[in-house]
Design a protein around this ligand. Structure first.
Ligand code: FAD
Length: 362
């Protein structure tokens, strides 16, 4: 079978996972070209800022449901067999308030906290929290075994696995997607471009997807470790944009306190008032973080802001011909880029195989 020259644009979780899965086919010669690489912290690079955990948010019957479902077994395998990937199992407790679904406008986390979610058939140890064990103000609660991903370990781990499989990495900044066809490490024109540019798909020439919007997230990373359980609530009283969640990263990665989901905000700087609200809510929901004391007993590593690459209408995994080039898109993963990463990347691999098999028959 002939070799296929592939350029993947983007080295976030989408680009790295896609490159890794593609690299299992030794006929694929892959270059990953990106402005930002693992190790960088930048407002244009969402992946390092994520918690990250597995709290499915898909509406049943959508592509996202399949992608999230297909991702769990891979994350479970990594947490079980590859401690060096920086992913560990963590019990999750999710608390739900009926009022967070009112006005026909559920909060972005609400879907994962419903009392009877579709994903209960996939994750281990799913159960309902008895009413008398719910904190005041909540209507129902669930628990299950999730994972928490230490992104500072996991992104370099993905890159290393790609290097091991022969993928070549380059820094590059493209104004137009067609420029990517000229950076393949062979020096020849690429046969396929895989577009994993996240939020920047909204301005990349040739793509300019007007459905891309930022969903700003703000976090506080602390040294405190709490009770070893990941907590999340369907909403908060302050506004529908404010969130409350905590998760402790694997391998000494600290505890992430979140957060918010501010659609349309490009602000790259932490809001100090929001940071205080985040910390107060975190010690309320998980008093063990500070042994029941106040937020002044949190030991802060850093405040952070990331822009989730939200796409109105959902993640785009599809092929397109741009000028004379074959492009396969994999962007617009909002707040679910890790928990859908393997499902989406498997879909890209399948799309490419279909195109190449049709070409081979011509
Ligand atoms: P990015 O990580 O943004 O990467 C884009 C890549 O494309 C970069 O390498 C960039 O340099 C490159 N690029 C873009 N444009 C160009 C160009 N023109 N030329 C060259 N290179 C270019 N998800 C979960 O699943 N679970 C969670 O718990 C979770 N928590 C989150 C919490 C926060 C605070 C935030 C901000 C996000 C969270 N997410 C979570 C969402 C997740 O982080 C994103 O969905 C995911 O990181 C998107 O990855 P990506 O690879 O598509 O984009």
């Amino acid at each position: 079978m002939a070799e296929t020259r592939i350029v993947v644009i983007g080295a976030g979780v989408a680009g790295l996972t896609t490159a890794l899965l593609l690299s299992r086919n030794k006929n694929y010669k892959i270059t990953v070209a990106a402005k930002h690489m693992p190790g960088d912290y930048d407002i244009e690079y969402a992946s390092p800022w994520a918690g990250a955990n597995y709290l499915p948010v898909a509406v049943p019957g959508t592509d996202l449901e399949k992608w999230e479902a297909d991702t769990w077994p891979e994350l479970e395998k990594l947490a079980t067999l590859h401690p060096e990937a920086g992913i560990h199992f963590q019990a999750a407790t999710l608390y739900n308030r009926t009022k967070d679904f009112e006005d026909g406008k559920a909060t972005a986390l609400a879907a994962s906290t419903v009392s009877d979610p579709w994903y209960k058939a996939i994750v281990p140890n799913f159960g309902k929290i008895p009413k008398d064990q719910l904190p005041a103000g909540y209507d129902n609660g669930n628990t299950f075994t999730s994972v928490c991903i230490n992104t500072a370990i996991y992104l370099p781990w993905l890159l290393s696995r790609c290097l091991e499989s022969g993928v070549i990495f380059k820094r590059a900044v493209f104004d137009h997607i067609s420029e990517a066809s000229r950076v393949h490490h062979s020096g020849e024109k690429a046969d396929v471009i895989i577009n994993c540019t996240g939020l920047s798909a909204g301005k990349l020439g040739g793509v300019e997807d007007r459905n891309m919007v930022p969903a700003r997230g703000q976090i506080v990373l602390v040294r405190n470790e709490g009770d070893g359980v990941m907590h999340a609530t369907s909403g908060t009283d302050f506004s529908k944009e404010d969130f409350c969640y905590t998760m402790t990263r694997a391998a000494g990665g600290g505890t992430i306190l979140g957060g918010c989901y501010q659609i349309g905000s490009w602000d790259s700087q932490p809001d100090p008032n929001l940071a205080i609200r985040i910390m107060r809510r975190a010690v309320d929901i998980c008093p063990a973080l500070t042994d029941g004391k106040g937020i002044e007993h949190l030991s802060i590593i850093r405040h952070g802001v990331g822009l989730r690459p939200l796409r109105i209408g959902g993640t785009r995994v599809e092929k397109e011909r741009i000028d004379t080039m074959l492009v396969i898109h994999n962007y617009g993963h909002g707040g679910y880029g890790y928990q859908s990463s393997y499902g989406c990347s498997q879909a890209v691999v399948k799309l490419l195989e279909e195109v190449l098999s049709v070409r081979a028959k011509l």
